[in-house]
Design a protein around this ligand. Structure first.
Ligand SMILES: NC(=O)c1ccc[n+]([C@@H]2O[C@H](COP(=O)([O-])OP(=O)(O)OC[C@H]3O[C@@H](n4cnc5c(N)ncnc54)[C@H](O)[C@@H]3O)[C@@H](O)[C@H]2O)c1
Length: 347
């Protein structure tokens, strides 16, 4: 396939780009290179003739029209977004601009291209979204594709808005769209402001490991390369107008996840002063912190045949090893604004 991937220098987008090129797809990576966009994330494929990078902002409609005309994509995989909940609390404006207005621009550019090329049925606009649009669960139950939307943070509200726009472009204009809503990802190249890399890097630096509240919030974790695999399946085989939830049945309380990482660190790089669990520091909770997310991935499993390939324990082991071995990647990021300090407390 000829793919236009937006946000392909980010955490998940780069996993999609690397996997797609490895599988022989032509990939144009459109990315504005915000603080979260790192060209190093796609260094493995940068010299591959199947791969091309274009720096552009999805809020720039003229640039989108030009790039789509040059690329003539069979599918657009839309991952470009502002993605950090804590940053959305302190500064929601960028989330509204990129996640809502940017998605609107991309939909319009995609629709113009699709109509100009004779409305091919095989074209796909694949919107990559999150389980956070569904809000927060109690101690039981799972998010299905029919769970009503109930977003609680500026981030999840902006993603919910963009999901609604994508569905509206399908129902109103017939644009062949597919949506996927995924649970929390983890793995290599995860930006160090997010929980798992933060825990690993603070442990490596013998710094307190901040855990919001009592660490009782539950998240459903998916290894990023399994997500990339699900996305390439959904863009190729997903039914137009349909949503697919993606998750690996890997629910963990934050505190249990942090303890697992500490135990892996004890094994791989023992700490002279005692176990890494001693570094855990319970801090003031995030405002409006959702209690529990858990995905029912039955539809994508049954209809498209997707299965995750690694358990959370195996994926975490790979991830901790990757951070221990890739200092050159994360070291320069630690001095960036908002990485070494707490954000998201200004509610
Ligand atoms: N990280 C998760 O756990 C998770 C889970 C489910 C869904 N998602 C969704 O997956 C997508 C990718 O998430 P991620 O974690 O890789 O995000 P990320 O923050 O790591 O990467 C986002 C990328 O988008 C680019 N970008 C931002 N604004 C842009 C703009 N205006 N124009 C062009 N490019 C822009 C950035 O430069 C960066 O490369 C997002 O849409 C997110 O909502 C993420």
């Amino acid at each position: 396939m000829r793919l236009l991937v937006t946000g392909g220098c980010g955490f998940i987008g780069s996993a999609v780009v690397r996997l797609a090129v490895t599988r022989g797809h032509h990939v144009t990576n459109l990315d504005a290179l915000t603080y979260a966009g790192r060209p190093e994330n796609v260094a493995d494929v940068a010299g591959n003739p199947l791969y091309r990078f274009v720096r552009a902002d999805i809020c720039d409609r003229a640039a989108l029209d030009r790039i789509i005309e040059e690329t003539v994509p069979d599918a657009i995989m839309h991952l470009a977004a502002e993605s950090h909940v804590d940053r959305s609390i302190d500064g929601p404006g960028d989330f509204i601009d990129t996640n809502i207005t940017g998605t609107y621009n991309l939909l319009e550019a995609a629709r113009a291209h699709w109509q100009r090329t004779g409305r091919p049925k095989s074209f796909r606009f694949h919107h990559i979204s999150t389980d956070e649009v569904y809000g927060s669960l109690g101690s039981t139950g799972l998010f299905t594709e029919d769970t009503p939307y109930d977003p609680r943070s500026p981030y999840s509200a902006s993603k919910a808005a963009s999901d609604h726009l994508v569905r509206a472009w399908h129902h109103t204009y017939g644009l062949p769209v597919v949506l996927t809503n995924c649970s929390n990802n983890y793995g290599p190249y995860h930006f160090p402001e997010k929980l798992i890399p933060k825990v690993i890097l603070n442990a490596m630096h013998d710094q307190p490991i901040p855990v919001y509240g009592r660490g009782e919030n539950v998240r459903d974790w998916l290894y990023v390369e399994d997500h990339a695999d699900a996305l390439l399946l959904a863009v190729a085989k997903g039914e137009p107008g349909r949503s697919y939830n993606v998750g690996g049945h890997n629910e963990r309380r934050n505190i249990d996840l942090v303890h697992t990482i500490c135990d892996l660190m004890d094994e791989m790089q023992p700490r002279a002063a005692g176990p890494y669990r001693d570094l855990v520091d319970f801090v003031t909770d995030r405002p409006g912190h959702d209690a529990r997310y858990a995905i029912d991935p039955d539809r994508i499993t049954r209809e498209l045949g997707w299965q995750p390939s690694v358990t959370v324990e195996a994926g975490l082991r790979r991830t901790v090893r990757w951070y221990l071995d890739n200092r050159d990647w994360w070291q320069p990021l630690l001095s960036l604004d908002g990485v070494g300090s707490r954000v998201g407390t200004r509610a």
